[in-house]
Design a binder for this molecule. Sequence first.
Ligand SMILES: Cc1cc2nc3c(=O)[nH]c(=O)nc-3n(C[C@H](O)[C@H](O)[C@H](O)COP(=O)(O)OP(=O)(O)OC[C@H]3O[C@@H](n4cnc5c(N)ncnc54)[C@H](O)[C@@H]3O)c2cc1C
Ligand SMILES: NC(=O)c1ccc[n+]([C@@H]2O[C@H](COP(=O)([O-])OP(=O)(O)OC[C@H]3O[C@@H](n4cnc5c(N)ncnc54)[C@H](OP(=O)(O)O)[C@@H]3O)[C@@H](O)[C@H]2O)c1
Length: 436
Amino acid sequence: MSELDSLPVCIIGAGSSGMAAAKALDARGVGFEGFEIGSDIGGMWRYQNDNGLSSAYRSLHIDTSRGNLGYPDHPIPENYPDFLSHEEVLEWLESYAQRFDLKRHFHFNCKVDRLAPEADGAWRVQLANGDVRRFRAVVVANGHLWDPRLASFPGRFDGEQLHAHHYRTAAPFAGKNVLVVGIGNSAVDIAVDVCKSARRTFLSTRRSAWVMPKYIMGIPVDRWSGFFARKLHLPTPVSRTLVRWLAYLAVGDQQRFGVPRPQHAIWREHATLSQELLPYCGHGWIRMKPNVRELQGAQVAFEDGSVESVDAIILATGYRTSFPFLDPELFQVTEDVPALYRRMAPPQLPGLFFPGLVQPVGATIPLVEVQSRWLAAVLSSAMHLPATGTMAREIDRHANAVRRRYVGTARYALEVDARSYARQLVSDIRRGEASI
Ligand SMILES: Cc1cc2nc3c(=O)[nH]c(=O)nc-3n(C[C@H](O)[C@H](O)[C@H](O)COP(=O)(O)OP(=O)(O)OC[C@H]3O[C@@H](n4cnc5c(N)ncnc54)[C@H](O)[C@@H]3O)c2cc1C
Ligand SMILES: NC(=O)c1ccc[n+]([C@@H]2O[C@H](COP(=O)([O-])OP(=O)(O)OC[C@H]3O[C@@H](n4cnc5c(N)ncnc54)[C@H](OP(=O)(O)O)[C@@H]3O)[C@@H](O)[C@H]2O)c1
């Protein structure tokens, strides 16, 4: 065995992705060590995490229902509700870590400051405490929903402006006129949270979204999509269109509530789920607005010519994907689909892997568990990666499919079709060989 092969693998981050990676490596007998900035596991699901990076707000409930969320060998117990709160997601992750004894592999309060390849193929990891270590591979699981992507509008705003990442509770906005920008899941959750105590709440969107309820006929909406996709084997665009029709029958036309009908088909967007948004618009608690045209001191002008007095703006405009410890010349994610074979491996940087760098319609957490088994198969040599040229062709094919399918904004750089992607990973593992 060469010196390089005898080195352990490094995992950066002890969120759900780092935990799943740890479990999968351990199961294959791959030696590894993990590093985590915070004092405990859970990443973004630990509300007010002392890592300073969690985007969780007090009222956050996951929008994947219980049956679609757990891991095959650690499902969510049936005494949990359909849609877990952040505390319950963390509780379940804690039980996973305990069951597979995962925490012992991690150094907590231990930040990775710098990551660089060495001439012999090893990776040099520099920690914030000054220690430098060598690893044969690095699994980067530092999360991609913590670095705010800010929108900038012309003009000047005199009130308070913050990003959804820093939003915790509605209390600071009581009695105020609040504008929430965006119509992703953060925007609708925050608007629904704020509107009951704010004086007035506005929700501004530049293209709108097909707002799906969390329940249709008492059944969680993702169970309907699961039925169409898994039981009836319908492709995702067809199953999402059928769910939209069902939602129309159950809830009605969202335009009646003032939420514009998007120009794009539902299967071209990431899903926005809210049980409350439409009725709250119906109550007048949330008023829909088009895109912001200009900030005018204490007022905001919108593209439809309306002008409103606003005390606070909450930008729920998504997140940038950042790796502060990695030279951007080596690898970075910009606004386009990143060059990652099977969404994890940069072909020109052997030994570096990025599980969790995906945004599916549906649950991220169980998808990363499949990614982790794929990674563990590679790192235990139970599966082989193809030649660099084949990887590049696979990346191109995926990138073209994403560009064709989804609305063309930065939000979609990491979008994947969970079902076909998971199938591809499982098939690679079974064959012991990943290909195009
Ligand atoms: C508001 C919100 C709601 C969401 N809802 C859902 C949902 O309904 N369903 C779903 O499946 N997904 C949801 N997600 C996506 C969620 O991010 C994933 O579910 C998943 O938990 C992310 O896990 P992760 O481990 O990849 O990242 P994180 O949970 O962000 O964990 C990353 C970890 O890496 C650590 N770290 C970062 N940098 C370093 C460093 N330099 N050195 C050492 N450690 C480091 C961090 O401290 C952190 O603990 C939601 C995300 C947000 C923001
Ligand atoms: N309850 C939950 O489970 C929950 C809650 C929150 C978040 N999440 C998940 O966390 C992830 C991040 O969600 P998110 O809502 O924070 O971000 P997001 O999904 O990226 O949504 C960002 C929103 O802001 C809009 N936007 C971006 N830049 C803009 C600009 N310059 N001007 C106007 N609008 C702009 C986007 O519109 P375009 O579409 O036009 O780009 C989109 O509506 C998603 O995967 C989401 O599902 C889940």
